[in-house]
Design a protein. Sequence first.
Length: 205
Amino acid sequence: MKRILIVSAAIAAVLVLVCRYYSFTPLPREPLYAFDPVYSDARDSSPVIYEAVFPDNEEVRTIFTEIRGTPVFAKIPGGFHMTTLFYPKDPVTELYGTNVRLHLTAYQCERFLDKDFHLTGTEGVKVEFECDDPKLQAYFDQFARPWHITGSYMTDAVYANVLNFDSGKPIDYTIEGVFGAYCTGDHYCFDAACPVGLENRWPMK
């Protein structure tokens, strides 16, 4: 009995040390987008997978390198971007191609235990959006949420949505980007002609 207690105490101590080392943060038990007004609940309305601001890829890669050196996690986005809306019911194609400024104000890296209690993690930078086009600015302002660009991730880039930038490293960069969309068929769109001619990602009801 005494041996069992000693082993149990040792295991508990190891778990505490591991959690402290990785700074585990418990994630919400519900899906991240379940009640999030930024994300559409209808994935059958268009071929647009997500709308976003797309900066220069190499410029963002250089900034991440300056901030933390080599990537923290193995998976790196193929194209850096600041996602604004997933699966929009009504893509605002008339605003595609608009130039914007992105102010990068904080860097954060966190490891989490996901809803299945698996280790995951992500890193990113907090973004403040600014645009000379009042229509696009108003479109963005309706979404009361912190914007971000994901730098690297362990299992799923979506966990960057719950990064706590309030305790992150302050940074100060300003870069340019273009508002557009990523669509089916690995298609990037930056003009109002999109998404004409592309298949819907989700079957219409």
